[in-house]
Design a protein around this ligand. Structure first.
Ligand SMILES: NC(=O)C1=CN([C@@H]2O[C@H](COP(=O)(O)OP(=O)(O)OC[C@H]3O[C@@H](n4cnc5c(N)ncnc54)[C@H](OP(=O)(O)O)[C@@H]3O)[C@@H](O)[C@H]2O)[C@@H](O)CC1
Ligand SMILES: [K+]
Length: 507
């Protein structure tokens, strides 16, 4: 799903109005009825509802929702804020339509004469003050209203966006003057701001409401940001040919583990096998021999000359790809061993964990990796590599710049893991849950990505499929057990079900 910028909303809107065709007031009616439906499915008729509407079309939506809820038998109070005595035409029309119905409590606030209604835990606030047309951070009376709502214990449903929140960059915005929503019902596409952890406190839970924006304009409008969902990932999964041989699915070399960290090597190796690599070998310190051979008998073990850590990697045969980093530690000898490998890397590789930390202290590494290699830093590793950043938006900007400069795919791990490609596209993942913030989860991802590359998936495909299926396996595991219970091993154990889910999706 494309993530458009809010300044493109009008264009999408106008094209739909002209080419569907539909009148703008009817498009608003459609949007409002979907919002009403969603509210009715979650809150009962005896809920006390207070609607806050602004002067633009976001306010128009809110007034239309108010009318529809009253018609459905809900009781509500509505406040329309019109300090400049200027309403958008559709907002004005919806004010008239609302005035005409029975049982209406509509207060139009024009001057500073606003007597705030009681808002308690039993109250549902519908926030339609501002949406995609917000020009500047809220100030004055509007900021006071937002602060009043935020200081209450009421639940808040925001229409399109929490009022006061910009769709994209909020780094200069005033935290106090942004609505903190329980639920945000957003039109047609999620906003970039929703993907960023720094905005989670405003957005709350969010859901996209489809208002049938014309498919031609969605197709024709380019986007740099995407939200990955099953219908985009499922078609990428290849069908295995009937006469396939294990060599068709490549040979992955996992370079992982050191004394006390052999679990990381086990997890990455297992994941590479379970995601479908034809052959998997693992190079590790001698102390890993017994552990790996018994934990993953399907893999071949290549022993280092050192007992405790990796010091030299002799490549004797052709490997389709390398997965480098889980549990290798930061020994300089290990760094040298990896450096010596660069000349032998023919295809994209995966770099994770301590291999990323080493890249931070060996700045020439990035330019030596094969084009389209995949880096999988979490936030701290990313900052070690590319410098401190204040927020996720800054990180994404830097990741985009670096992915382009070094021709790498950067997977920035977090709640909505972002996959950043050299072509400056950013894909946000929709699967995964907080239960996956657990030891070894990243090692599993490294194994998955290496195993996908090994099977001949293009690097950007491997990246999006890998991140998505890793999260999906974690979601299925959490569903069956619970988030707290999940370990990295459970993610591996649910990869099969995750595959099945994707393969059966179109059946
Ligand atoms: N295409 C779609 O998907 C559809 C979109 N729809 C809905 O339309 C919404 C967008 O509507 P919108 O463009 O009228 O903008 P909105 O957010 O209501 O604000 C504009 C008003 O606020 C004012 N204003 C701005 N900043 C301010 C500030 N800091 N402090 C004070 N005032 C400020 C601004 O004043 P002006 O700039 O005119 O002086 C104007 O009066 C969108 O979010 C969605 O809910 C649906 O109906 C269905 C189809
Ligand atoms: K809003």
């Amino acid at each position: 799903m494309k993530i458009f910028f809010t300044n493109e909303t009008k264009k999408l809107d106008e094209y739909t109005i002209e080419h569907e065709p539909v009148s703008s007031i009817d498009l608003m009616e459609r949007a409002a009825s979907s919002v009403t439906f969603e509210i009715m499915s979650r809150w009962q008729r005896n809920t006390r509802i207070v609607v806050f509407a602004g002067p633009g079309n976001n306010g128009g939506d809110a007034l239309a929702v108010a009318r529809m809820l009253i018609e459905e038998g809900y009781k509500l109070e509505t406040y329309l804020f019109n300090p400049f005595q200027k309403l958008s035409p559709d907002c004005s029309k919806n004010k008239d339509r609302l005035k005409d119905i029975e049982g209406i409590h509509l207060t139009e606030v024009i001057k500073g004469d606003f007597l705030p209604p009681r808002l308690d835990t039993q109250t549902l606030v519908i926030d339609g003050l501002f949406g995609s047309g917000l020009r500047t951070s809220l100030t004055g009376g509007f900021a006071s209203v937002v602060q009043y709502i935020n200081s209450s214990k009421a639940q808040v449903v925001s229409i399109d966006l929490p009022s006061g929140l910009f769709g994209e960059d909020n780094s200069e915005n005033y935290s106090r003057n942004i609505i903190r929503a329980t639920l945000t019902l957003t039109f047609q596409y999620p906003k970039l701001a929703f993907m960023l952890p720094e905005n989670a406190e405003y957005v709350g839970e969010w859901k996209v409401i489809d208002i049938d924006i014309h498919p031609e304009i969605i197709e024709a409008t380019p986007a740099n940001f995407y939200y990955l969902e099953t219908d985009e990932i499922a078609p990428l999964i290849k069908k295995r040919p009937k006469f396939a041989h294990k060599n068709n699915f490549g040979h992955t070399l996992i370079i992982a583990g050191s004394q006390g960290m052999m679990g990381a090597a086990v997890l990455a190796t297992k994941a590479a096998l379970h995601i479908g690599a034809g052959l998997v070998s693992v190079h590790s310190a001698q102390c890993g021999y017994a552990v790996l051979q018994s934990a993953v008998p399907e893999a071949m073990f290549l022993s280092d000359t050192s007992q405790t850590h990796i010091t030299e990697i002799n490549i004797q045969k052709h490997y389709t790809t390398f997965g480098i980093g889980p549990g290798i530690g930061r020994n300089e000898e290990t760094a040298k061993a990896i450096e010596a490998l660069f000349g032998q890397m023919r295809h994209p590789v995966v770099l994770d964990a301590d291999a990323i930390n080493m890249a931070a202290t060996h700045p020439n590494w990035l330019s030596q990796l094969p084009a389209n290699s995949i880096l999988t830093p979490h936030i701290r590793e990313f900052d070690r590599l590319f410098g401190q950043h204040d927020n996720m938006l800054e990180r994404l900007k830097k990741a985009t710049e670096m992915a382009k400069r070094y021709r790498l795919i950067i997977i920035l791990k977090g709640a909505n893991t972002a996959i950043v490609t050299p072509k400056e596209k950013v894909y946000f993942n929709s699967t995964g849950n907080p239960g996956m913030a657990t030891a070894g989860s990243g090692d599993v991802l490294t194994g998955i990505l290496s195993g996908l590359l090994s099977q001949g998936y293009l690097p950007h495909e491997a990246a999006v499929i890998g991140v998505f299926i890793h999260g999906l396996a974690g979601d299925i595991a959490a569903e069956e057990q619970s988030q707290e219970y999940i370990t990295a091993g459970d993610i591996i154990n649910h990869l099969g079900k995750a595959y099945k889910h994707l393969k059966n999706y179109f059946e």
